[in-house]
Design a binder for this molecule. Structure first.
Ligand code: G4P
Length: 550
């Protein structure tokens, strides 16, 4: 009798475990984590807001704070940071749409914060690239797309502001192929543009949405036509526009490859949509297609092995650290992307770099306008962990296995300055402040080999003011800067550390050598010419502009 009883219990246990596992796999399958990238002003904030409106996550336009820095002034930055301090939720916007959990990761468009965006791109599974129809491919878009292309991140392109006069659709598609080196396939096509913008033909679903009425603002009603050859199309848009559309679609068919899901997922084919985010036009088409084709959480390469999302054990990595600007609450928030398993509240996890177990009593999950404490999060999700200075960008958490996630590189800064202590009584505070700001990824610190002087390298000049302000307001320390003539920081990669050539290099170039925060050797070249000469003179040494190399 007992054995029958135990068999029954273990069968129940087995069935229960199967249900839990199935539920876990379902949760992974329904997640889409992505970033929107663009040059400032192309319409990233407007599009984000419209996506949230469609998802029912917000009820009115204007709810999403624009994170852009208009004039590049420090005061703007501080204002934004203050707002974010109150609502850090803007870093991750999550909502549900048709049963799919969508996580949008915020990427600053301002070029001075490009490195922040590069790091966020290590946590996305796909991206949407927004391009202004009149301005075409702009500088920031080019740089960000290049990073995505190198990592084979699936991309969808949204050509925005079709309600304005802009470039011809074919010309623009050409420009995208040339400048961004993408292979495009339009999944929607505009009918006219600017004043004559009449609507969108949805190639993906094979129907037409037309602007109705005279007003070009906030049109929510659309007219659907399911047959491209119907007379109704002629009646609605006029004979000329109807004929042009038919011809253009024939051209599209002839010129561009048809959509192939595998190629898109491999990062080899990029679907293109047209629309007007401001008027909510073309946004639903984009969203409907996105939830259908965008990748589920993907496997991620660690230094040790490839980690799959459906593995039982939890692992994740820190891709962003957000400082709390309120001096009374100095806690920072570390943003962790969950790669595998389930992240559970109050469970001890291994902080791999410190080789120490840590647990979190109040992990935050993010929603459109708020954050909340959660008990369980799944791969693809982002959790915000309260941090008192134990995390730095790139840190990994696991259930015990030693894993280090790759792909959070530092790029050579563009600006370099010596940092000096302006208040000798506060040197401890200064060093602590510098240390923590560097962990957050605000800038990079280099220590000169010759005399131990500290050099701060940044992507934009704006960060120097930000650092000075934050050192003073958050750490009570004062600093001054001194100019330093550096062209590029190059990570030194010798073929053989013991050969005479490398030893000579260390001796001759001592004055230009420094260590970065991880202790890697860096050559601070003072001009393009001197870098070139050094490369020629020491051919067995490689000089990289990026801190991560194989
Ligand atoms: P960003 O986040 O990429 O920097 O761009 P954002 O959405 O803030 O949009 C930049 C400007 O472009 C905004 O105008 C916005 O209203 C406008 N815009 C966005 N989408 C469209 C569109 O589809 N059509 C047209 N005509 N304009 C669009 P602004 O005047 O700079 O700001 P605001 O005062 O309107 O907020």
């Amino acid at each position: 009798n007992y054995s029958w009883f135990y068999l029954k219990i273990s069968t129940h246990k087995f069935i229960f475990a199967q249900i839990v596992k199935m539920n876990f796999l379902e949760e992974i399958k329904r997640r889409r984590t992505f970033g929107i990238i663009s040059h400032p002003d192309a319409g990233k904030t407007t599009l984000t807001e419209k996506l949230l409106l469609f998802g029912g996550a917000i009820t009115e336009a204007g709810a999403v704070k624009s994170n852009k820095i208009k004039k590049g002034a420090t005061s703007d930055f501080m204002e934004i940071e203050r707002q974010r301090g109150i609502s850090v939720a803007t870093s991750v916007l999550a909502f549900e749409y048709n049963g799919i959990k969508i996580n949008i990761l915020d990427t600053p468009g301002h070029k001075d914060f490009a490195e922040d965006t590069f790091r966020t791109l290590t946590a996305v599974d796909s991206v949407i690239v927004v391009i202004d129809v009149a301005k075409g491919v702009e500088e920031q878009t080019e740089k960000l797309v290049e990073v995505c292309r190198m990592r084979n991140i699936p991309m969808i392109v949204f050509i925005n502001k079709m309600d304005r006069e802009g470039k011809d659709a074919f010309e623009l598609l050409d420009e995208i192929e040339q400048k961004l080196k993408l292979t495009v396939t339009p999944l929607s096509f505009p009918i006219g543009m600017g004043y004559d913008f009449k609507g969108i033909y949805n190639i993906w679903e094979k129907n037409i949405n037309l602007f109705s009425g005279d007003s070009r603002k906030n049109i929510e009603e659309t007219i659907e036509i399911n047959d491209l050859n119907s007379d109704e199309l002629n009646k609605l848009v006029g004979d000329n526009a109807a004929e042009t559309l038919r011809e253009e679609l024939e051209l599209v068919d002839g010129i561009y490859p048809s959509f192939n899901h595998e190629d898109y997922l491999k990062g080899e084919l990029q679907p293109v949509f047209f629309g007007s985010a401001l008027n909510s036009f073309g946004v639903r088409e984009l969203l409907d297609c996105f939830v259908e084709i965008a990748p589920k959480p993907r496997a991620k390469q660690s230094e040790e092995r490839l980690v799959k999302p459906d593995e039982d054990n939890f692992s994740g990595f820190v891709f962003k650290i957000h400082a709390n600007m309120d001096p009374n609450h100095r806690n920072r928030l570390a943003f962790v992307k969950i790669v595998s398993g389930q992240f559970k509240r109050n469970t001890p996890y291994l902080h791999v770099r410190h080789n120490k177990k840590v647990k979190f009593s109040s992990p935050n999950a993010f929603f459109a306008e708020k954050k909340e404490i959660v008990d369980v999060s799944y791969p693809g999700d982002i959790v915000g962990l309260q941090d008192t200075g134990t995390f730095k960008i790139g840190d990994t958490l696991t259930e015990g296995e030693v894993l280090n996630y790759k792909g959070i590189p530092s790029f050579s800064p563009e600006h370099f300055r010596y940092i000096n202590n302006a208040d000798p009584l506060k040197s401890k505070q200064l060093f602590k402040g510098i240390d923590q700001l560097m962990d957050e990824g605000v800038a990079q610190l280099f220590t000169l080999e010759l005399n131990g002087r500290k050099v701060i390298g940044t992507v934009g000049a704006l960060q120097y003011e930000v650092i000075q302000y934050r050192l003073e307001h958050e750490y009570g320390a004062k600093c001054t800067y001194e100019n330093l003539n550096v062209y590029k920081a190059c990570w030194v990669d010798p073929e053989d550390k013991k050969n005479e050539e490398f030893k000579e290099f260390l001796r001759v170039k001592q004055r230009f050598l420094a260590k970065d925060k991880r202790g890697q050797l860096v050559f601070l070249a003072d001009s393009a010419f001197s870098l070139q000469m050094t490369e020629q003179k020491y051919p067995s040494i490689k000089f990289h502009y990026v801190s991560e190399f194989d």
